[in-house]
Structures are given as C-alpha cells and as structure tokens.
Design a protein around this ligand. Structure first.
Ligand code: ADP
Length: 598
C-alpha cells in the first residue's frame, strides 16, 4: 500500500468514524434525556396517586405515627419497588421505607423538598447519604382542602437502574460503532484504492518514461479528471516516444555522417575539453577517441602549433583556416579549419575543428608543376638542337655538302625524338586521366607475343642481339590487347636499347598459382637482358617520369624517360604488379604479374 493510499484511508476512517461518534454521542444524550424524563413523569403520576389516596388524617403519638407511616411506606415500596418517604410540613420524617424515621434528620433542606415547597413537584438527582448510592428523588407537597400544606411525600429510585439502561445503550452504541468502523475501514480502503490506483499506475508509467521506456501506457477507463490526466500522460508519452525516435534517427544519421566522412572532425566544448572525435580524425591525428575524449585540448599531447591554433580560435572567437605540416603518426600536410560554435542564447559553446589530409593533393600539385617543368625542359633540348643546327646551316654550312647532310640528319633525328616525346607525353596524360576505357578480350599468348616480337626483330638484328621467347602452348590471358602489346614492346625495346652488341634479350611466360587441374589464376611475364644493368641507387626511381639513369646514354638510345612510367601505369590498369632486379654490367630483369581473368 502506498503512502498516499494509507493517508487517504486514514483520513476517510477518521472522517467517517468521528462523524459517527458525534452522531452516536448526540443520540445517546437524547436517549438518556428522554429516559430520565419518562422516569420523572412516571414518578409524578405515582406521587399524585399516593397523594390522592389520602392517609394524612392519621392521629396518634409520635411513635404511633412513625409506625403507621413506616408501614405505609413499606407497603408502597413493595408495590412499586421505590423508596417511599413521608415528611411532615415542618420537615420531620414520619415514615420511610428504607430507614427508621427516628434516626432521620429534618428534611426541609433537602433540595427536592425545597423545590416542592417552591413550586409543586421537585426533582433532584443526588447521592443519598442514607443509602450510599446515587438516587433520583421526586417530592410533592400534600395539601388539605384549605390548600395548606400539611406534608410532603417523596419517592426515590436508585439511579443504578437508569444508569444500567443507559450503559446498555452505550454498549449497543459502541459495538455498533466498532462494526461501523470496520465497515468504514473497508469502504475507506476501497474508496482510497479507487482514487489512488490510477495515480499509482501513472506514477509507474512516469517512472518508466524516466527510464526511457516509452512503450508503457496508463489504462484509461475513467471519464473524470484522473482519467483525463491519464489520457494526458499517454499523449505526452506518445509524443515523447515520437520525439525520441526522431532524435535517435537524427543521431544515427549524424553518427553515420561523422563515421563515414573523409574529413576529420573534432569538437571542443566550453570547458576547452575534447568532446567529439570522428574515426577520420582519429586516423589523421594518430590518437584514439579513448585517449583524447574528455581531455583538455592543451593537455592532449597535440602538436604545439595545432594547440596554439585552437587557443587562437578560442581567444579571437573567429574562424581560422591554416595548412600545417604534421609529423605524427607520419609526415603529412593537413588543412585545418577552426570555427567557434555559437548558439543564439549563448556567447559560444565550443570550437569545431575540421581536418583534411591534403598530403596527396599537395604531392599531386607538386608533381604536376614538376611535370610541366620537366616537359618544357625535355622539349627545349631537341628544339634548341634543331634551331642551332638550322642556324649553322643558314650561316653557311649549307655549302659544305657533307656537313650539311650530317646536320640535316641531326635535325631529322631530333625532330623524330620530339615527335616521340610528344607522343609519349600525350599517351601518359591519356592513361593518367583514365579517359580511355579498358577493352578486355582473351589473348592467345604464343601468337600474340610472336607478333609483338616481330616488330622489334629488325632493331635487334641491327645490334646483333638475340631476341628469344619462351611460352607454353595454350596460354591465354584476358587483357587489353593494345596495351599489353605496348607493355611488351616498351620492355623489350629498352632491353635492346640498353644491351651491347651481341647480347641477349629474352621474354618468358610462366603460369602462377597453378592447381592440380592445370588451371592458373595469374601469369608472370619476365623480360631479361644481358645489358649494362641499372645501378642500385637508381632502381627505385626508374618508373618515375623523365627519370633516366644516364642522360647521355638514354639520349643516344633515343629514349624519352617516359617508357617505364607508361609501362607501370598500364600494368596497374590490368591490376598487375611490376618489379625490377638488375646488376650493373650483367643485366636487368623486369617481372610482371597479371591476373588471368578480369
Ligand atoms: P627511356 O625512354 O629513357 O628508356 P624509360 O622510362 O624506358 O626511359 O627508362 C628509364 C631509364 O631506366 C632509362 O633511361 C634507362 O637508364 C633505364 N633502363 C630502362 N630499361 C633498362 C634496361 N633494360 N637496362 C638498363 N637500363 C634500363
């Protein structure tokens, strides 16, 4: 039972009980009064009957009088069971049913006698010294025909009798009251329960709402104010449920955005503590959320300049953007945007920091500008040569036929080189911009490689280089045929170009990851030569654009420095890998691994 229900039950019991008690007491009093009144009326009637029986003319000595009236009194007591007293006009008691008159004092001063002297019949209720108990007295004067008082008769009865009946009245009343109390208790409990039960229900629902359980509802079967309160609570809980669902949905969405965005997001609250860090920010900064969340920004072991930038944003209360070099967890360039978060009601509530890793962008930009510089430089050399030799020819060398022919040959070679260079540059930019889609088709390798090799045969023969191929029958690969040919030709022509007269250049094809059925998922293409090789220090860079081990050597071979970088791109477009091993003076080995099926 709840406190409220107990209280309500108690109040109801007290209210019902006390009103019943008051009514009971009132009723008892009324009953008592009417009881006494009817007793008095009876006594009055008796007195009048006795008075009219007229025994007042008895004459004799005092003791004879005593004897007569005492006998008379006894007789009457026998008949009525009431004490009877005869008193003379002067107050002397002549006879009494319960006492000897000789021993009794003058009775004129008795209140009932005094009242009878004053006005007819006198009543009193008092303690009788003679009988040692509480009595109701009634006295009446007796008059002779001349209307002179000749004496008084007094009857009295024990009040024990009256009290008895009043007591039983009270017993009845009290037991009735007790019973009623019991009933009142049950009824009060019922009433209290009917009032408090819905309130208890509502309290329970409210508690469940506090515990984020928005499903529970108050049963509403009443149509009164409490019922309306229940309906209101249900509506509130419904609306809360809806709002909560919306908030959670928004939160989920926001969470999704935060977790999947490429930019790092970090938030600092009013107390300058880090309160949010998305996964990208974790990666960019190299710290986990656990390490940073809740920490003050200046105690989070961040790079000094970064910490200073945050401080600046807090102090200035203005958005700041900056680009900064970070050295942990690796060297990177970060683009940092800081903006103070301001709400309408508050001055500011924190700082929002957005981090972008722009290392790749910056590197690309650098590469672009380097590329432009390289291209210009590479173009300048043959153009300068063409211009120089043409000038010399114009200045008179034309007259010397032999010189003129050799100069013109140089001009022709240089413009040829220029042509190749521009062709390679265009090719590379096409590949890099990924404008041309791949056209995969099955390529039957023995035939395809034979055809590719035949393009280079003449060149190899010129240098007396042995050009050979080793490929098994039935070998197929799915590839972009033109591009695969370019890969092979580039590698083989490099091999021929950087191998001395009489050397060897070889192409070999091996299946990779072969299973028991003879199926293979990958192929290995190996191009080896017995040429001059590449120094160790240059190996990591030979796939870079325009990189040449030896400018003079490359130029004499007619190279542009773009061949290998084109090859690397094309291999990657086939989802393959390329690597190089080389030893100066012994030879070079390029190994390409390609998947068979795309
Ligand atoms: P190039 O057009 O100058 O040949 P590449 O990109 O094809 O440019 O090659 C880059 C450099 O790598 C060349 O300048 C050359 O020095 C070196 N190189 C390439 N292939 C070989 C090879 N088979 N043997 C020795 N050096 C090679």
């Amino acid at each position: 039972m709840t406190k409220f229900r107990a209280k309500l039950t108690f109040i109801l019991i007290v209210l019902i009980g006390s009103s019943m008690l008051i009514a009971g007491i009132f009723m008892a009093k009324v009953l008592e009064n009417s009881h006494v009144k009817s007793l008095q009326e009876n006594m009055e009637r008796e007195l009048k009957v006795i008075a009219s029986s007229g025994v007042w003319d008895y004459q004799g000595t005092e003791s004879e009088l005593f004897q007569f009236y005492t006998a008379q009194a006894h007789r009457l007591k026998e008949a009525t069971n009431e004490r009877m007293t005869y008193v003379r006009a002067d107050g002397k008691v002549l006879g009494d049913s319960d006492q000897l008159p000789e021993q009794m004092d003058n009775h004129l001063n008795r209140p009932e006698i005094a009242a009878a002297i004053a006005g007819g019949i006198g009543y009193t209720t008092r303690y009788s010294d003679t009988l040692k108990e509480k009595m109701l007295y009634a006295a009446m004067p007796v008059k002779n025909p001349a209307k002179v008082t000749i004496g008084y008769i007094r009857i009295s009865m024990s009040l024990e009798q009256v009290d008895q009946s009043i007591r039983s009245l009270w017993y009845f009343l009290i037991s009735g009251l007790l019973l009623l109390f019991l009933v009142a208790g049950v009824v009060s409990y019922r009433i209290a329960k009917s009032i408090t039960h819905p309130i208890e229900k509502m309290t329970k629902v409210a508690q469940q709402i506090t515990n984020m359980n928005y499903e529970s509802r108050v049963p509403t079967y009443q149509d009164d104010e409490i019922g309306q309160l229940g309906v209101a609570i249900n509506r509130m809980s419904e609306s809360l449920q809806g709002q909560m669902a919306r908030i959670q949905e928004n939160e989920r969405r926001l969470q999704g955005v935060m977790e999947n965005m490429m930019s790092g997001v970090m938030m600092i609250d009013r107390d300058e503590r880090i309160m949010l860090l998305n996964p990208s920010a974790e990666t960019i900064l190299g710290f986990s959320s656990q390490e940073l969340l809740g920490k003050k920004y200046n105690e989070a072991k961040q790079q000094f300049e970064f910490t200073k930038l945050i401080q600046e944003c807090i102090e200035l209360q203005e958005p700041i953007s900056d680009e900064m070099m970070f050295y942990y967890p690796s060297e990177r360039i970060l683009d940092i945007h800081l903006s103070p978060i301001a709400h309408e009601d508050e001055e500011w509530s924190g700082v929002l920091i957005v981090l972008h890793d722009i290392t790749a962008v910056r590197r690309l930009e650098r590469m672009r500008s380097e590329f432009v510089a390289n291209v210009s430089h590479e173009l300048k050399t043959p153009i300068a040569a063409v211009k120089g030799f043409a000038e010399t020819l114009l200045a008179g060398a034309l007259n010397d036929k032999e010189t003129a022919v050799s100069f013109l040959q140089i001009i022709f070679d240089e413009s040829e080189r220029l042509n190749r260079l521009i062709g390679d540059i265009l090719e590379l930019s096409k590949i890099e911009s990924k404008r041309i889609p791949m056209h995969f088709s099955p390529v039957y390798l023995p035939e395809f490689l034979e055809r590719s090799l035949s393009v280079l045969r003449k060149e190899a023969e010129k240098k007396h280089i042995e050009l050979t191929m080793q490929v098994e029958e039935d070998m197929y690969i799915e590839a972009d045929e033109d591009r695969l040919r370019q890969i092979i030709i580039n590698l083989l022509s490099n091999g021929i170009a950087y191998t001395q007269e009489g050397g060897k250049v070889k192409l070999r094809v091996e299946p990779l990851d072969m299973n028991a059925d003879g199926d293979y998922e990958r192929l290995r293409l190996i191009v080896t030569d017995t040429g001059m090789g590449i120094p160790k220090k240059d190996l990591p860079r030979i796939f870079e654009r325009f990189y040449r081990v030896d400018k003079a050597r490359s130029r004499s071979s007619g190279g542009t420095g773009l061949g290998l970088s084109i090859v690397k791109h094309l291999v990657e477009m086939h989802k393959g890998t390329i690597r190089v091993e080389s030893e100066v003076g012994i030879g070079t080995k390029f190994t390409i691994e390609l998947p068979v099926i795309h």
